[in-house]
Write a protein that binds this ligand. Structure first.
Ligand code: SF4
Ligand code: SF4
Length: 384
């Protein structure tokens, strides 16, 4: 049964208030029409920008039509939840090549379960408070099904899609998670907001791997977030140097974005950094064995990439330090490494070795030049 107008507006207001109580910053509503958004997504796939994420090629019908995913759905409620930890250092790890730079969203607990639980509570409590349990059918989604989540966030006015392809909120920046509730009641929809990127291109010019192409499109095959997280295979050799010390994800486009001047920090302690991850040295992380990796990343999103890919990412970052003192440390992990990681370790050793040789040649050249200058000075003391 469809609820009356007043019941629908009561339902919307109750869900909104409960969301605020659960520490969400906003909730907005859209219909389920994906027209325009779905075609853009298909063209992104057809261009191969999704790399090896073949799961994105599947379930197109469900992605295009939310009511095929959850029968009866006619509205999508989109929520935003800030995650920026108060004590995350903004630039220290990026400036210091010996430190590991981990994407800020991954410094604390994995958000999926946490946000899903909050959203489930919200819809259950709202139905209960309004005595509407038998009329409401809902499904909570947090990255857990084929959903065009940024499309719904954009349609509902939760924010606009920035040129870096993330949703930006005028008062909250972009450091937030998204979550959705599919619902069977025609709650009043909200209007989209104006795109306020304007002529800014900061994210495009500061992206270390030139992964952002025109039309708010990111080529995942060049994006460090994809290469260090979703990618199961080797990191392309021509991009390795550009990764710098980014060992899990990349925040550069968000750091570049002027709208993040207005972002607020999260009050949720679950997203505060654990194990000093916001200021870890590469060499310390490199020394973790698999058991330490699994226990230190218990409940963290980093755990899902697995130990071998973690080593792969660290090997590249260590190779990028330019410090040949790390060669011995790199060699220590060769017995634990699979074939793919071994290749990355050997690349790092070679890179550091070449740097070392170059430094030696430079210092030999420098000392030869100094000797030559001394010689000339001694020959012509009055000209010196
Ligand atoms: S996450 Fe990093 S690599 Fe990916 S688009 Fe943003 S700046 Fe570029
Ligand atoms: S950096 Fe500039 S262009 Fe990029 S998303 Fe932010 S406002 Fe838009």
């Amino acid at each position: 049964m469809t609820l009356s107008e007043s019941q629908l507006s009561q339902l919307k207001e109750t869900i909104y208030q409960l969301a605020l109580e659960e520490n969400f910053q906003d909730m907005r509503v859209s219909d389920i029409n994906t027209s325009g958004y779905f075609e853009k997504f298909k063209s992104w796939l057809n261009n191969g920008y999704h790399g090896e994420m073949s799961f994105l090629e599947r379930n197109q019908e469900l992605r295009q039509h939310p009511d095929s995913l959850q029968a009866g759905t006619c509205r999508v409620l989109s929520f935003r939840y800030n995650y920026l930890p108060t004590n995350a250092q903004f630039s220290a790890p990026l400036k210091n090549p010996d430190m590991a730079n981990i994407s800020r969203y991954a410094l604390g607990r994995d958000y999926h379960k946490l946000i899903r639980k909050k959203l489930s509570n919200i819809v259950r409590q709202a139905a209960n408070q309004l005595n509407l349990e038998q009329f409401i059918e809902a499904r909570v989604l947090v990255d857990s099904a084929p959903v065009l989540e940024t499309a719904f966030a954009e349609k509902s006015g939760l924010g606009w899609k920035g040129k870096h392809s993330l949703i930006i909120n005028e008062s909250g920046g972009s450091w937030f998670f998204l979550g959705e509730i599919f619902i069977n009641q025609p709650i009043q929809v909200d209007a989209p907001v104006e795109d306020k990127c304007g002529s800014c291109t900061a994210c495009i010019s500061l992206c270390p791997t030139d992964a952002i192409i025109d039309g708010k499109t990111v080529d995942a095959r060049r994006c460090i977030s994809y290469l260090t997280i979703e990618n199961k295979g080797p990191i392309p050799e021509d991009i390795r140097t550009s990764l710098g010390n980014r060992v899990y994800g990349c925040d550069d486009c968000q750091l570049a974005c002027p709208w993040n001047r207005y972002s607020s920090v999260s009050e949720d302690k679950d997203f505060y950094p654990r194990h000093g991850l916001e200021s870890s040295e590469l060499k310390d992380l490199w020394l973790w064995d698999e058991n330490m990796f699994l226990s230190n990343f218990e409940g963290s999103p980093v755990r899902r990439i697995g130990y071998q890919n973690w080593l792969r990412n660290l090997a590249v970052a260590i190779g990028n330090t330019g410090n040949p003192d790390y060669i011995e440390l790199l060699e220590k992990k060769l017995p634990d490494a699979n074939a793919m990681v071994t290749e990355h370790i050997l690349w790092a050793i070679k890179t550091l070795g070449e740097k070392h040789a170059l430094n030696n040649t430079r210092s030999k050249l420098l000392s030869k030049t100094k000797k030559l200058i001394n010689c000339v000075v001694n020959m012509h003391p009055r000209d010196a």
